[in-house]
Design a protein around this ligand. Structure first.
Ligand SMILES: NC(=O)c1ccc[n+]([C@@H]2O[C@H](COP(=O)([O-])OP(=O)(O)OC[C@H]3O[C@@H](n4cnc5c(N)ncnc54)[C@H](O)[C@@H]3O)[C@@H](O)[C@H]2O)c1
Length: 346
């Protein structure tokens, strides 16, 4: 079965339908719709013509805020959007999260479609129902749970994406392969050059496989009460790296890749992860150019950042570890093992 066949997933009382199509098919599908389009300044250029009803926000996480939400809401009102008007986001995770929040609030909930245009948004942010904007320095502090009705994946839109953004999303694709799709893992190992060249056909299959892994987790645990936490593989490490001053420069994807390698090493130190599997994953991550050793990252400072993060979430510091591909578990770990995993040169 072609992984790009359309599929739908049930998330609580919502249903999301996912379609894979070309840019031309997308135009045909959406041009007849009377809808409110949200773009950022870069993604507006990806759209031929200019929809009559639209908002264009500045690009970047620093604009994922109340001010831009208010601006977009104002444009929707001015354009006469009703409760039945469809909101369509064309953009990366920032734009998708903000538009989804707006749609969830607009007249208590308007129809929502997402056209993710970054690899990260295609394989992660577009599915799962989390919406949000940043507030008072906290990421996604204001948000709702509102899955899109439709998600359109158009792999050819990746052609213009900057390399760093592509690699940012690819770390999540690799993570999805490790969590639950051996064929995806093999594709990534065997077709590195074609993946990096963004071959449209190959990227389509890769995105479809990756998205289906995320969708399976979301469907099983919509409210993130249990197994969905596996999707945080590498992220406890990544968030700590990003919050240690000056280390944010590795980008989210770089931090996640480094975090995955550290999580597997931690698992090996605890006797859970076979060394051969850890090495296989390290080789894959290195092949895509991620730095797995970041000498200036101080283990003590990183461990403290993890503790702080845990306190903020009022939770337990549990790590996502693996016994092999698709064999994932959550566990608290002794600090000595954590420090050893952070300290090691790999
Ligand atoms: N809702 C969720 O479940 C979820 C999951 C993961 C991440 N997120 C959120 O996603 C956000 C990050 O998303 P992102 O990495 O997509 O960043 P982004 O939305 O900021 O996009 C990155 C940059 O790429 C540009 N861009 C987008 N598509 C392009 C294209 N096709 N060609 C050229 N340039 C393009 C954008 O204008 C922007 O400058 C974060 O705010 C994060 O919280 C949400």
């Amino acid at each position: 079965v072609d992984p790009r066949a359309p599929f739908s997933l049930n998330i609580g009382r919502f249903t999301t339908q996912v379609f894979f199509c070309t840019a031309e098919e997308l135009q045909r599908e959406l041009s007849s719709t009377e809808a409110f389009f949200c773009f950022d300044e870069h993604t507006l250029e990806l759209w031929p013509g200019s929809p009559r009803c639209r908002a264009v926000v500045p690009a970047g996480e620093e604009h994922k805020n109340l001010r831009q939400l208010e601006y977009a809401a104002g444009e929707a009102v001015a354009a006469g959007m009703s409760r039945d008007s469809r909101f369509i986001a064309v953009g990366g995770g920032v734009l998708c999260d903000m538009t989804a929040l707006l749609a969830s609030l607009y007249m208590r909930g308007a129809p929502l479609s997402l056209v993710p245009t970054t690899l990260l948004a295609m394989v992660d942010a577009s599915v799962g129902g989390k919406t949000g904007i940043d507030f008072r320095g906290y990421k996604n502090l204001l948000g709702t749970f509102y899955p899109a009705e439709m998600v359109y994946i158009v792999p050819e839109l990746l052609a213009t994406l900057p390399d760093e953004e592509f690699l940012g999303g690819l770390a999540e694709v690799i993570k999805h392969g490790l969590l639950g799709d051996d064929q995806l893992l093999k594709l990534l190992e065997e077709q590195r050059d074609n993946v990096l060249d963004r071959d449209t056909d190959l990227c389509g299959r890769m995105i479809a496989r990756s998205l289906r892994v995320k969708a399976a987790y979301v469907q099983e645990d919509p409210r993130e009460e249990g197994i969905r936490a596996h999707l945080n593989l590498g992220h406890t490490f990544a968030h700590a790296l990003e919050s240690c001053s000056g280390l944010g420069r590795y980008g989210h994807g770089g931090a996640v890749a480094w975090g995955i390698a550290r999580a597997l090493l931690l698992g090996e130190l605890l006797g859970l992860t076979p060394s051969s599997y850890r090495q296989r994953v390290q080789e894959l991550l290195s092949a895509y150019g991620y730095s797995l050793n970041i000498p200036e990252a101080d283990p003590g400072a990183l461990a403290e950042a993890m503790e702080r993060d845990k306190k903020k979430r009022a939770g337990e510091l549990r790590f996502v570890l693996q016994e092999g591909p698709g064999k994932t578990l959550l566990q608290t770990v002794p600090r000595t093992a954590l420090l050893e995993a952070l300290n090691a040169t790999i």
